[in-house]
Ligand binder design. Structure first.
Ligand SMILES: C[S@@+](CC[C@H](N)C(=O)[O-])C[C@H]1O[C@@H](n2cnc3c(N)ncnc32)[C@H](O)[C@@H]1O
Length: 461
């Protein structure tokens, strides 16, 4: 699963502008370069990391919007141009179309976007030869916008801005909700915080935020949803571990696994394994949920570079766990033979539940990835289940909305493991975008990413 970058497109009218604001044509050039790189298979986080830091927030903001409307832009481009232009001019043309197709939500006047896109083409030797072609396409688009948009409305990829296989899978998996999920995916996710219960409470941190002029509302036991996204450095006490950034659905993992077990815990600390732990968000939440000394947590991560993020997370929050770089599916290489009271398996997945925060994911995934990841998840489940003590629990979760990585995975597991019992669990939580999703009803409740949770208990012998 990719990490959670903040979505800089959520800058509001009252916020201070970025220190350095380059001309729009330059931002469009950089956005198009990032788009060309994502289309060639680079992840969004890497593509935007390549932009110089002072310009990155603005470019990422435009880039996120382009990725959310790329299906529409590509369909429009096919109507405007018989042949696909070379990758960079095509990325520039699609960037302009994605930003301008819906005038009501365009970040700039559509005429300005078109002028600046043509300027961007002229000023780059790699696109200069296509500048008049781009100009002709975009001027025609401005003249015939309504007809062109209506013509593309018949194409599901243009209408929903997801690949066709993804739309069809969602229709099959969630026949009543697929349209709501697709609409929610195209909204901007809010910035949600988890308050560090070892340091403070959600109520008193809310007061601190308000004193700092930052509006927020309570979500769940320890969550606060900010009225507007902020750089974390602006959050009171962030560097000292007062809070972390974590989606509301992800905040369900720790209490789901530990509620019930903590009350039963005798004098000994509970032995807890977080099997797929980087960057450590849920490891930290497990520790914050319990009193100091109540848990003995081992955090595993197969990727050594990513495992360093767990150490950084724990250090900032003032928490301790045993962090191991190891393959969770090979306990013979790292397990000391002592059973665990509780295991969290936050398995690698398609990340199809968090596309609001990672609008590149839908374009990068291939249909075949799902089966491959489901096989990996099944192997992890099979390897870790024997490590749970009788009467202990394993919480299986993925940030996916696909049933193959959720309910179907667990149904198959229960058939083959008769010593497992499914405890009351949320199952598939579909993404909810509260107020800012086009096509999402105003009364949609809550705001969270898509997740799947299944809490399994091993029957006592
Ligand atoms: C969904 S992310 C975990 C997010 C984390 N639980 C959190 O809340 O911050 C999955 C992680 O599992 C790691 N991973 C994948 N296969 C693994 C394996 N076989 N053993 C251990 N870690 C693995 C990935 O590198 C990735 O960091």
């Amino acid at each position: 699963m990719p990490e959670l970058p903040s979505d800089p497109s959520r800058r509001g009218p009252g916020d201070s502008p970025p220190l350095q604001q380059p001309p729009l044509w330059r931002q469009l050039q950089l956005t198009a370069t990032a788009l060309a790189s994502i289309r060639a298979g680079t992840s969004g986080s890497v593509a935007f990391e390549a932009v110089e830091p002072a310009l990155r927030p603005g470019v990422q903001s435009l880039g996120f919007q382009v990725l959310r409307w790329l299906g529409r832009a590509e369909a429009l481009r096919r109507h405007l141009a018989k042949r696909t232009p070379p990758p960079l001019p095509d990325a520039l043309l699609c960037t302009a179309l994605a930003l301008a197709w819906d005038a009501a939500h365009a970040p700039y006047e559509t005429f300005t976007l078109v002028d600046q896109a043509v300027e961007a083409a002229k000023r780059n030797p790699a696109t200069r030869a296509q500048a008049s072609f781009i100009n002709a396409c975009l001027r025609r688009f401005l003249r015939e916008r309504d007809e062109l948009v209506a013509a593309t409305d018949t194409e599901p990829v243009a209408q929903w801005n997801h690949p066709r296989w993804w739309i069809e899978r969602l229709r099959r998996d969630h026949p009543r909700d697929w349209q709501r999920v697709l609409a929610a995916d195209n909204a901007q996710a809010p910035m949600t915080l988890r308050v560090n219960a070892r340091r403070t409470t959600a109520a008193s941190y809310l007061t601190e935020l308000e004193a700092a002029g930052l509006g927020a509302t309570r979500v769940g036991a320890s969550g606060l949803q900010l009225a507007r996204a902020r750089p974390v450095q602006q959050l009171p006490g962030f560097a000292d571990g007062a809070c972390s950034v974590q989606d509301a659905a992800a905040q369900m993992a720790a209490p789901l696994l530990l509620d019930g077990l903590l009350q039963d815990a005798a004098q000994q600390p509970l032995r807890v394994l977080d099997a797929c732990a980087a960057p450590g968000g849920k490891t930290a939440h497990l520790l914050e949920t319990a009193k100091p000394g109540a848990l003995d947590v081992t955090a595993l991560e197969v990727d050594a570079t990513r495992s360093r993020r767990i150490d950084e997370t724990l250090e900032r929050l003032g928490l301790q766990a045993k962090v191991l770089v190891a393959d969770a599916s090979r306990p013979d290489q790292w397990w000391d033979g002592m059973p665990f009271d509780a295991i969290l398996l936050d398995a690698p997945c398609t990340a199809s539940g968090i596309v609001r925060r990672h609008p590149d994911v839908r374009w990068l995934r291939r249909e075949s990835d799902t089966a491959q990841l489901a096989a990996q998840q099944a192997a992890l489940l099979a390897a870790l289940w024997p490590l749970v003590r009788p009467g202990g629990r394993l919480l299986y979760c993925t940030c996916s909305v696909f049933r193959e990585e959720g309910s179907q995975q667990i149904d198959a597991f229960l058939v083959h493991n008769t010593n497992a019992r499914l405890l009351p669990s949320p199952g598939h939580l579909l993404p909810q975008s509260g107020s800012n999703a086009r096509g999402v009803p105003d009364n949609a409740s809550g705001d969270h990413d898509g997740f799947f949770y299944a809490l399994l208990e091993k029957r006592p012998r």
